[in-house]
Write a new protein. Structure first.
Length: 298
């Protein structure tokens, strides 16, 4: 039977379009959620007390998240096409498999970035400049696995830019006492989920010579993830205190802590399927926090 999953929608698309949809990972929306959710936190915290978040901004940032995640994946695959051919999980990606050419990918990337620019231009001047500043991170992140065991840190700096941008889009500029702890919390969260994700490919990564926090932490992974989770929770508390959040917010932070503790405790770093399951479950973490922000604000 047909389903309404993202993967099914991609399979139902016209055949010439499918490689482009797979290139932007439209069939794997978990990453889009993880890019989008820090934006929702920031937009929610920036709302006036007693008010719901700005639904226009939430929608606009949702479109932007799809486009920028797609652009980031396109850049990643252009840099990594030779590596991807050597890894079982990524060998079927459109560029690695030869379904589309590098030139076609470059043209497609230009289209995605042009549409993302249109979204960015709907914001205030401060946010336009702030948003444009993230592009250097988007372009250079895929190279980091070649030079450092901490590419997940650079991904965190990239993926959580919305924690700054959402607030400035509502308020006109960043309130750093709120935005910086929120941004830091997001970076710590990314180190948790992307280290788990990286454990899927660690055997292939060793063979082809690329680096990750999974390879760096090895059997100490759970201790590191616990430290990152604690830092995330403390930063979320600091952000909440600095914008006068209320009991539902801190209840959500506690629920996030419980979810992360369960993730880490039950994680089997040597089972790729379990790593994927734990990685994908982080959407729940982000949604729990957003609900807590909304209820706390009301």
């Amino acid at each position: 039977p047909r389903s309404f999953s993202a993967a099914e929608l991609v399979r139902a698309a016209p055949a010439p379009l499918q490689p482009y949809l797979r290139l932007m990972r439209l069939h794997q929306p978990a990453g889009t959620w993880l890019l989008y959710l820090p934006c929702t936190w920031s937009i929610g915290l920036a709302a006036a007390p007693g008010c719901l978040p700005d639904w226009r901004m939430l929608s606009l940032f949702g479109v932007g998240a799809v486009l920028m995640r797609g652009a980031g994946c396109t850049i990643n695959d252009m840099w990594d096409r030779d590596y991807d051919r050597q890894v079982a999980r990524t060998a079927s990606r459109p560029l690695a498999a030869g379904d589309i050419s590098t030139f076609q990918s470059l043209v497609f990337l230009g289209g995605q970035l042009s549409l993302a620019l249109c979204v960015l231009l709907c914001l205030n001047y401060y946010s336009i400049i702030l948003g444009a500043a993230s592009l250097s991170l988007v372009i250079t992140y895929p190279l980091m696995k070649r030079v450092t065991y901490w590419p997940q840190l650079v991904l965190g700096l990239t993926f959580n830019w919305g924690a700054l941008l959402g607030w400035s889009a509502i308020r006109g500029s960043c309130e750093w006492s709120v935005c910086l702890p929120l941004y830091f919390a997001g970076v710590m969260w990314t180190l948790v989920y992307d280290t788990i994700y990286a454990h899927q490919d660690k055997r292939d990564d060793i063979m082809i010579g690329v680096k990750s926090t999974a390879l760096h932490f090895q059997e100490d992974t759970k201790q590191w993830l616990s430290g990152f989770s604690l830092a995330m929770l403390l930063s979320l508390c600091m952000a909440g205190i600095n914008c006068n959040q209320t009991f539902p917010y801190y209840s959500a932070v506690a629920a996030v802590g419980a979810h992360l503790a369960h993730q880490i405790y039950t994680l089997d770093i040597d089972k790729p399927e379990d790593c994927w399951k734990k990685f994908a479950s982080n959407r729940t973490v982000g949604i729990l926090l957003f609900i807590g922000i909304v209820l706390g604000n009301l």
